[in-house]
Design a protein around this ligand. Structure first.
Ligand code: PLP
Length: 423
C-alpha cells in the first residue's frame, strides 16, 4: 500500500499520523514516506522506492540497517525470552563497556530512552546538590521531560513552539536558557544564580539545532564555572556517544563532565538510554541512595544484546572511514551549490553534518534560525525525488554510517546536482 493511503489511515488513529512529531514532514511538506524495510545504507518505502538514507533512525544506525550480526544477536536473545524484570549478565557487559569507553563514567544505570536519561540526570543533580535551578542552552534538545522543554531544539524548534503547554510554569521558571557558545553569558548567569544552580546540561556538539560545534573554550568554561560553584556538569552525549569516536566527545577532548547521558547508538536500533557518572554521585540513586528512578524494561535483554554487539563491532572500526566519506559528501555538496551560485553553510563534525541555507556562520540557535527554511524544504523534496532520504527539517543532523559506500556518496552528490536544477 502506498505512503499516501497509509498516512491518511494513520492520521485517523495516531495524532498527526506519527509517533514522533518530526517524522510528519510538517517542515518540508508532502507525505512522509512509510518504510517497508531497510538494509545497509538503503531504506525502501511501501511504494517500493529505494532511498540512500542519512536519517539513520535519527542517529542510532551507525552500522547501517539490519547489520547481520546485530540482527542475529537480537534473534538469539529473543529465543531466550524478551524481558524478565530481574538482573542479567548482559547488563554488566553493557555497563563495563560504557565504563571503559568513558573516563568520567564509573557506574551506569540503563533505561529505555534518552529522555529518561536526561530526566534522571536532572533529578539526580537536584537531589545531589539540594538546588533546584538548571541551565540549558537554546536550541539544544534533551528529550521531552518538563524541565528540559524550554527553548528546545529538534521538533520543538521545527514547529516553532516557544515552550510547550502542559509544562507547569513553576518548573519552566527553574530552567535558565542561555545561548550556546556564549561563555560570557554563562559566567554572568552563574555569578547571579550560582548558589541555586544544580547543573548545567549541554550537548557537547549540538545536533538538534542542526550540527553546531562548540567554540574553543566554551565547554572548558562550563567545566570551570560548575566546579567553582558546586553545580554538576552534564554532557548529553545521546547523539555524540560512539558517533564521533569509540566513547564520546569527552573521550576526544579530555573535558570530563560529572554525569553523561547516552542513548541511540548504544541500543543498536532498539529503545535505550543510559546515565553514567562518578560512583559517589551514581550511588545517590535508589536503591543505594534516596533519588528514585526505575523502569520495567530497563536493561532489556534484546536492547542489551543489540547494543553490546554494535559496540563490539564499532571497537574494530576506524572512525576515519566515516569521517572521510562525510567530508567527501559535504565537499561535493558545497561544490554543486557553488556552481549553482547559492551560498550555504555546512557544519560537519565527524560523520554528522547539517547543510544550512544561510550565507553566515552558524554558531548558535539564533544564527541557525536565520536559515531559509522554505529553500531547505524545496531542496529536501528535490533530494527525496532523486532517491536521497535526508532529515526532514533544517534543524536536524544528517548521519553517514559505516554502511555507506563511496559509490553511494557519489550518487548522493549527483542527486544534489539534480535537486538544485529544480530549486
Ligand atoms: C534524541 C535525543 C534525546 C532523547 O532521546 P530519546 O531516546 O528520543 O528519548 C536526548 N538528547 C539528545 C541530544 C538527543 O539527540
Amino acid at each position: 500500500m502506498d505512503s499516501q493511503n497509509l498516512f491518511a489511515q494513520a492520521q485517523k488513529v495516531i495524532p498527526g499520523g506519527v509517533n514522533s512529531p518530526v517524522r510528519a514532514f510538517r517542515a518540508v511538506g508532502g507525505t512522509p514516506i512509510f518504510i517497508r524495510e531497510a538494509t545497509g545504507a538503503r531504506v525502501v518505502d511501501t511504494d517500493g522506492n529505494e532511498y540512500i538514507d542519512y536519517v539513520a533512525s535519527w542517529g542510532p544506525m551507525i552500522l547501517g540497517h539490519s547489520h547481520p550480526e546485530v540482527v542475529a544477536a537480537i534473534r538469539d536473545a529473543a529465543g531466550r525470552g524478551t524481558s524478565y524484570g530481574a538482573p542479567t549478565a548482559l547488563e554488566i557487559g553493557m555497563a563495563e563497556r560504557l565504563v571503559s569507553a568513558f573516563p568520567s563514567i564509573e557506574m551506569v544505570r540503563m533505561m529505555s530512552s534518552g529522555t529518561e536519561a536526561t530526566m534522571t540526570a536532572i533529578r539526580l543533580a537536584r537531589g545531589w546538590t539540594g538546588r533546584e535551578k538548571i541551565v540549558k542552552f537554546t536550541g539544544c534538545y534533551h528529550g521531552h521531560a518538563d524541565s528540559l522543554l524550554v527553548k528546545a531544539g529538534s521538533g520543538v524548534a521545527t514547529l516553532g513552539i516557544p515552550g510547550s503547554p502542559g509544562v507547569p510554569r513553576a518548573l519552566a521558571e527553574l530552567t535558565i536558557p542561555l545561548p550556546f557558545n556564549d561563555a560570557e553569558q554563562v559566567r554572568s548567569a552563574v555569578a547571579r544564580h550560582g548558589e541555586e544552580i544544580a547543573c548545567i546540561i549541554v550537548e557537547p556538539v549540538a545536533g538538534n539545532m542542526g550540527v553546531v560545534p562548540p567554540r574553543p573554550g566554551f565547554l572548558e568554561t562550563l567545566r570551570e564555572v560548575t566546579r567553582a560553584s558546586g553545580a554538576l556538569l552534564i554532557f548529553d552525549e545521546v547523539i555524540t556517544g560512539f558517533r564521533l569516536a569509540y566513547g564520546g566527545w569527552q573521550t576526544l577532548t579530555g573535558i570530563v563532565p560529572d554525569l553523561t547521558c547516552l542513548g541511540k547508538i548504544i541500543g543498536g536500533g532498539l529503545p535505550v538510554g543510559a546515565l553514567g557518572g562518578r560512583r559517589e554521585i551514581m550511588e545517590h540513586l535508589a536503591p543505594t541512595g534516596p533519588v528514585y528512578q526505575a523502569g520495567t524494561l530497563s536493561g532489556n535483554p534484546l536492547a542489551m544484546s543489540a547494543g553490546i554487539t554494535t559496540l563490539d563491532i564499532l571497537r574494530g572500526k576506524s572512525y576515519r572511514d566515516i569521517e572521510r566519506r562525510a567530508a567527501d559528501l559535504c565537499a561535493g555538496f558545497l561544490d554543486r551549490f557553488r556552481k549553482k551560485g547559492l551560498s550555504v553553510r555546512i557544519n560537519r563534525v565527524g560523520s554528522m553534518f547539517t547543510l544550512f541555507f544561510t550565507a553566515d556562520e552558524v554558531v548558535d540557535f539564533d544564527s541557525a534560525s536565520r536559515s531559509d527554511t522554505a529553500m531547505f524544504a524545496s531542496f529536501f523534496r528535490g533530494m527525496l525525488a532523486a532517491g536521497i532520504n535526508l532529515a526532514p527539517a533544517q534543524f536536524e543532523a544528517d548521519f553517514v554510517s559505516f554502511a555507506h559506500t563511496d559509490e553511494e556518496i557519489a550518487r548522493t552528490v549527483d542527486a544534489c546536482a539534480k535537486a538544485l536544477k529544480t530549486l
